[in-house]
Design a protein around this ligand. Structure first.
Ligand SMILES: [Mn+2]
Length: 316
């Protein structure tokens, strides 16, 4: 496994802590301010060189910038323009050595939580979701529209992903509910994911295996990991407890997934790809700043994940 962590594009404590934990590769979020032009190679180079000068090699972009993706997912009048910009972005990513884009196809509502301060072990705070507490707005999209918009996107983008050798790694819907408010969600089961990544047959179209989402779908990791093995481009190492209508995040060692068994499943099925910890608790002494992505929880999570990887790899 290749260790990465999730970094914003301006240096902060997470950059130093990850490096100190032995993480040298980056899953990066591109800048979202008006100054950053997603089609500019010069702008992209400035971002990646900042990481490199800090000792971090960016490998993955996550997510596909919302300024593009929102139009693509909802299929509005700016869709074609945004797909063209994304194609230019892929060309530029190839130039700077980035291999993978982690994208999702959740329209309007992204990953959604209804609480950000639920108690976890020892008073740590985690995010959670309860359908009863979810407040929808008036936005609507049908399942047919979502499938049409996804198909339109991959048919347009995948040939260029192949040309520029970029892996497009589809993240499942989180939470994996059939609808949120009036908005259909389509990537909520293993079968649907399989259908999605075979819409266009390409070695460059696969998945980000966010293992807690699959768990919440009701899928068994013992089935899902082997079924997707040759399509897993990237792993989100994450634990959770509950079900898709009511769940909360946990410490990585304190949820319902057997994390060591999951790691063995990846390796037994030949899945040896970039990986990162996903959604960590906020710990004592920290304010909830960026729930799920605060700093101290990463220390524990990265160390725990490294231990499991070493045990699994050493035991092979
Ligand atoms: Mn994830």
């Amino acid at each position: 496994m290749l260790l990465t962590d999730y970094f914003r594009s301006a240096p902060d404590l997470t950059w130093d802590i990850a490096l100190q934990c032995g993480v040298r590769h980056g899953t990066i979020r591109l800048p979202e301010d008006d100054e950053f032009d997603v089609t500019s190679l010069t702008h992209l180079r400035a971002v990646t060189e900042r990481f490199q000068s800090h000792g971090i090699t960016p490998l993955i972009v996550e997510p596909l910038p919302n300024e593009l993706h929102d139009h693509i997912k909802s299929g509005d009048e700016k869709r074609d323009e945004c797909i063209d910009k994304f194609i230019t972005l892929m060309k530029n990513l190839h130039e700077v050595g980035i291999t993978t884009v982690c994208f999702n196809f959740m329209a309007h509502y992204g990953w959604t939580r209804t609480a950000h301060d639920l108690p976890e072990r020892g008073g740590a705070k985690v995010t959670g979701f309860s359908l009863n507490d979810f407040q929808p707005d008036d936005f609507t999209l049908t399942h047919e529209q979502m499938w049409d918009n996804f198909t339109y996107f991959v048919k347009a983008a995948v040939p260029y992903a192949e040309k520029y050798n970029i892996q497009l790694a589809l993240h499942p819907d989180d939470p994996p509910l059939p609808t949120l408010g009036g908005v259909a969600r389509i990537f909520t089961s293993l079968d649907a994911i399989q259908q999605g990544i075979h819409t266009v047959e390409s070695p460059n179209l696969g998945v980000t295996f966010c293992q807690a989402c699959y768990r919440l779908m009701g899928e068994r990791l013992e089935d899902a990991i082997p079924a997707l093995a040759d399509k897993i481009f990237f792993i989100h190492f994450r634990n959770v407890c509950g079900n898709k209508t009511c769940f909360r995040e946990t410490f990585h060692d304190n949820g319902e997934i057997d994390m060591a068994a999951a790691m063995r499943l990846y390796l037994e099925n030949g899945v040896d790809v970039p990986i990162r910890v996903d959604h960590v608790p906020t710990l004592a002494g920290e304010a909830i700043g960026n729930a799920g992505y605060d700093v101290l929880g990463r220390l524990f999570a990265i160390g725990y994940m490294k231990g499991i990887i070493e045990a699994a790899e050493g035991g092979r």
